[in-house]
Design a protein. Structure first.
Lengths: 477, 172
């Protein structure tokens, strides 16, 4: 039985280091004990008894299990972890009395204070590995809650090890207790919320399974109604007089194309997967095209994902944040199912090509649109500042207005949310259209005055004193 | 449960972890330039600003007026995630030799994403929460960090565990 749950590991990771630790402490005690007062001596006795107790209990357990040919149980890890952590806490809490400041520092080895954490760390790590080994699911659990609870316990174990247990190998400051409290509070909150979400999910699944009639209704709600509602919530969240200053919560998605694409994507996901190759191919194409749309929103909401679960309990903003993930996962599953069905009728390479081209369609259209804006802007700047009088200019004023508006908005906003920007798209726009530069306010004003009317700042270089003087005619030869 | 050969791989992962952990204690912000750069680039896109590197100090994110240095690198998250993925990979995967390097790489990509998210969300909502709820700024900052890191860690674990324990149906 040569594995981590072999009790022999206890002798290696616990007995040996703690015996060494005890010998080090004993040696140090021999040096300083004559300089210690009664209170410190009392603490040293407790320290000695504590270390002996730890060695004896763990060694006895290991020996007992070894002689019976049994593995280390999960109960050992559950009991040993708080015991050792408690001991380390007690040690650091009383360190000022165990090694009082009256002891000359040259009598104490430099790293002495951290020895307890360091030498007990292998035991703590071993308890963690025992826990994780027992908790990592091997067979399918029949009880959903137990399975989920065990599964979620694994990453939480790793996280607690990394943030609370591991720092104990060094001396910890007074803020560590506060840090531990915050970690445990957040951990318990997240665990509760994960269980809540899973519970709702399981309940929802069971309700849908009751009748297939509800399946389409459920899909319409999830893939059409909620996304449109989500866009609406994002775009109208600020119900104030200043709402015109903000594009939306996550970005400015007011343009009608977002609603159209959301509707189209929803319809594509709601349509049934019939066993008809032509119909299915058409559906596959549409789903491939709209996949880039849902992938974009998945990227936008990804940074906020852990908070979406908390946000569900709040204003309802959680739907904004979780919906793209849910739809993204479902969309991937549907595309995968379509692919599996269609590969019986069409070559796989063709299907990959179709899905790739479909995915790239929307980004390509966006890029072409941005290039058009770039051309327009360059044409405008040339027209205003370095006109070629032999050339006929045909400026797309609508595109120009949009470009100027974006430049003005970008100059005003700091962050991409609560703003008139669109995450990633605005950065892409700036890269393509403006080469990551901007236009000065004077230039913006001049362009506006030339094409849309309004005041323009006059260059002081000409120093016109009589405002009635204007150029009435211009001829070239 | 773990067999002997699996234990060896996990022991190697533990050694790598301890080695990197010690190495981190002697690293400076300048040493972590390559480690920080992808995360800062991602943040530059998210915040639509620039973050020039100040030698000895770190990256200065102009839009948020924050300095991203060693303490923001996510190195500890990287190590934690690496251990978790290694253990999972060694437990489930048949090809154990590539588990450790792949775990290092996946953990790194995960750290770039999660740490960027953490900093981004902190920049956006920390001040708002501190002012509205009257909670100490450091506590809010820490709570945001824990929520982001742990939330994504749980999601990564569920995803990785599902992918690794998924059994392919027999070929007809």
């Amino acid at each position: 039985m040569k594995n981590l749950l072999n009790p022999k590991w206890i002798f290696i990771v616990h007995t040996l280091p703690v015996v060494l630790l005890s010998l080090i402490f004993f040696g140090e005690y021999q040096i300083i004990h004559t300089l210690l007062d009664e209170e410190s001596l009392g603490l040293w006795r407790i320290l000695g008894v504590g270390l002996m107790g730890l060695i004896f209990v763990n060694f006895a357990y290991g020996l007992f299990r070894f002689l019976r040919g049994e593995r280390v149980s999960i109960a050992y890890a559950i009991l040993a972890l708080p015991l050792h952590i408690g001991f380390i806490y007690w040690y650091f809490g009383n360190l000022d009395q165990i090694i009082p400041w009256t002891i000359p520092r040259w009598m104490i080895a430099g790293d002495f204070p951290i020895y307890v954490g360091t030498f007990l760390m292998p035991s703590l790590a071993y308890c963690l590995f025992v826990l994780v080994t027992w908790l990592t699911p091997k067979e399918k659990e029949h009880k959903v809650w137990k399975s989920f609870g065990l599964a979620i316990a694994v990453p939480i174990n790793w996280y607690i090890f990394g943030t609370i247990i591991l720092p104990l190998w060094r001396n910890v400051d007074f803020r560590f207790s506060e840090h531990v409290f915050i970690v445990l509070f957040i951990v318990s909150t997240l665990v509760f919320i994960f269980f809540l979400v899973r519970g709702l999910y399981v309940l929802t699944l069971r309700k849908i399974k009751i009748s297939e009639d509800y399946e389409l209704a459920g899909k319409i709600i999830l893939f059409i109604v909620l996304p449109l509602l989500g866009l609406l919530t994002n775009n109208t969240f600020f119900f104030t007089n200043d709402s015109h200053l903000y594009g939306g919560v996550l970005g400015d998605f007011n343009h009608y194309s977002f609603y159209v694409l959301a509707l189209l994507n929803g319809i594509a996901l709601c349509l049934p997967s019939r066993e008809d190759k032509v119909y299915r191919l058409g559906l596959f194409v549409v789903r491939s095209v709209t996949f880039s749309f849902i992938f974009y929103f998945f990227l936008v909401t990804l940074p906020f994902l852990p908070f979406s679960i908390i946000a569900i309990l709040a204003v309802g903003l959680g739907f904004l944040l979780m919906l793209p993930l849910a739809i993204f996962v479902f969309h991937v599953i549907k595309l995968s199912e379509d692919f599996s069905f269609l590969k019986a009728f069409y070559p796989k390479n063709i299907l990959w090509l179709i899905s790739g081209l479909g995915f790239l369609l929307l980004p390509t259209l966006v890029t072409l649109d941005y290039y058009h804006h770039r051309q327009t802007l360059h044409e405008v700047l040339e027209y205003v500042y370095e006109p070629d009088f032999e050339k006929a200019y045909d400026i797309d004023k609508k595109a120009l207005e949009k470009t100027i508006q974006v430049v003005e908005d970008v100059k005003g906003d700091r962050f991409p949310i609560f703003s008139k920007k669109q995450p990633y798209l605005s950065a892409y726009f700036n890269w393509i259209v403006l080469d990551n530069l901007t236009l000065s306010n004077a230039k913006i004003k001049k362009i506006r005055s030339v094409f849309f009317g309004g005041d323009a700042e006059i260059s002081t270089r000409s120093d016109i004193k009589n405002p009635e003087v204007k150029i009435s005619n211009l001829k070239t030869q | 449960m773990l067999s002997k050969d699996k234990t060896i791989y996990f022991f190697v992962a533990a050694v790598v972890f301890i080695g990197l952990k010690f190495w981190y204690t002697v690293l400076t912000t300048d040493d972590l330039f390559t480690f920080l750069l992808p995360m800062v680039t991602f943040l530059e896109v998210l915040t639509h600003s620039t973050a020039p590197f100040l030698e000895g100090e770190g990256f200065y994110l102009e839009a948020a007026d924050v300095l991203i240095n060693k303490s923001c690198s996510g190195f500890n998250l990287w190590l934690m995630c690496f251990l978790m993925l290694s253990f999972l990979g060694v437990s489930h995967s048949k090809n154990k030799l590539i588990v450790l390097p792949i775990s290092l790489l996946v953990a790194y990509l995960f750290t770039v994403l999660v740490n960027s998210s953490r900093i981004f969300v902190s920049i956006l909502v920390q001040e708002f929460i501190t002012n509205q709820l009257g909670i100490d700024e450091k506590i809010v900052h820490e709570a945001i960090g824990i929520t982001t890191n742990l939330g994504f860690l749980i999601l990564l674990y569920f995803t990785a565990e599902k992918l690794l324990s998924h059994e392919k149906p027999p070929q007809s």
